[in-house]
Design a protein around this ligand. Structure first.
Ligand code: PLP
Length: 399
């Protein structure tokens, strides 16, 4: 990456209380124990950053430097990022109404690249040298890859039923990997204990402020790709909710910058699996915080998050947008994955397939109409996940 980029980061703000925290030093959670959000001098950004010049750059999500917290170009860690494509499911639906944003094209095959690249860049900028994280799969490999790229050490712990491919890719890309006999939250407690002893810095979802800034670029990119407008509704597979929170923040910043051709915001839909749906339960009950889910299980490992520290930020965004939260079961997820692969030639990950299953369920329940333009997030390449056995035996020796 070449060029000079202005930086507009001013401070960090507690997502719950709004309490101000200083930029330029290492932060985990806010003093209230909640996620911190990066804040910028928006008036200066409005004067100094040029929408069309930024969008004309190459470099994938790194093109948004003026809207991101990284100050020094030497801390940018790049592995060939691209803008991810929008692919309309035109065989299954009226042209242009159901569109998949395919995040599986990013380095390490998932959108975790966006968040972890930013987190690693900021960790370099702040002088950290050993990062640790619990993961259900994709976050671990993205952290390992970007950290190795900048010569930083990583320790990753995942539940022992995490798909082998995620464990293997993570280790191969330079991390020390542990397989633990517990769910993601128990793994998180172990990482926190190590961080408290000073062994490493805890990079768990939303426990540091910058992953969300990386995920924010999904919203920036989507707006630019749609001609600085937004779809009517967004279906997001929600685990920790970083992407949903990040996109909602992106839309607010774009409007504040005056960059949008239309200021109509999409309805945000949090999609979960019925075997792990704490956000859906809290949404239905009218709660602002979600109780932890017991005995979480689903084929969609990326959204198997029993307790999300940013629960209130997810629920606030969903409610403020006029959206909703919806759960789909594993059978519906697998059916949706088969349909989109077979009829559109697009192999979704199970979490992405969950958004299509949720779209169909929402249409059946009249929560959305067929004319509404929907964007579904496929957050990882389908190639990383188990597939049904296939191939019929053929005897080449038979007459
Ligand atoms: C992590 C992950 C999710 C959930 O993302 P959050 O922003 O943490 O809610 C969804 N799908 C896949 C494939 C993931 O890896």
């Amino acid at each position: 990456m070449a060029g000079d980029y202005s930086n507009y980061l001013t401070h960090l703000e507690c997502g719950l209380s709004g309490e101000r925290h200083e930029a330029g030093r290492v932060h985990g959670l806010s003093r209230a124990g909640k996620p911190l959000l990066a804040r910028y001098d928006m008036a200066a950004m409005r004067r100094g950053a040029d929408r069309d010049a930024i969008w004309a750059r190459t470099g994938g999500f790194w093109k948004w430097r003026e809207l991101l917290p990284v100050k020094e170009t030497k801390n940018v860690c790049a592995l060939g990022e691209v803008d991810t494509p929008l692919i309309a499911l035109d065989n299954l639906h009226d042209a242009g109404t159901v569109i998949v944003k395919d995040e599986g094209r990013l380095p390490t095959g998932s959108f975790k690249a966006r968040g972890l690249a930013l987190a690693v860049a900021m960790a370099s900028e702040l002088g950290l040298d050993h990062l640790a994280m619990p993961t259900n799969g994709n976050a671990g490999s993205a952290l390992a890859a970007y950290a190795s790229r900048v010569g930083m050490k990583t320790t990753i712990v995942c539940p022992d039923d995490t798909p082998a491919i995620n464990i293997e890719e993570t280790q191969l890309q330079g991390a020390k990997v542990y397989k633990a006999n517990g769910l993601i939250n128990a793994c998180g407690a172990w990482v926190k204990a190590g961080a408290d002893k000073g062994k490493w810095f805890d990079l768990s979802t939303l426990k540091e402020p910058y992953r969300i800034e990386g995920k924010k670029t999904m919203g920036l990119e989507l707006a630019a790709q749609m001609g600085w407008t937004l779809p009517d509704v967004i279906f997001y597979p929600t685990g920790g909710g970083t992407g949903l929170i990040g996109m909602w923040k992106a839309f607010a910043e774009l409007i504040e910058l005056g960059w949008m051709e239309s200021t109509k915001l999409p309805r945000m839909v949090a999609v979960q699996a019925s075997g792990c749906a704490p956000i859906v339960r809290a949404f239905d009950a009218g709660e602002r915080f979600a109780d932890p889910w017991q005995d979480a299980h689903t084929v969609a490992a990326g959204i198997r998050v029993p307790a999300a520290i940013g629960d209130f930020l997810i629920l606030d965004a969903v409610r403020d947008s006029g959206g909703f939260a919806i759960a789909v079961d594993d059978a519906a997820i697998e059916e949706a994955r088969m349909r989109v692969a077979g009829e559109e030639g697009l192999l979704l990950c199970p979490e992405g397939a969950a958004t299509y299953a949720a779209y169909l369920a929402a249409r059946r329940k009249n929560l959305i109409s067929k004319d509404e333009r929907a964007v579904l997030f496929n957050c990882a390449t389908g190639l990383k996940y188990p597939m049904p056995e296939a191939g019929e035996a053929l005897d080449l020796g038979a007459a």
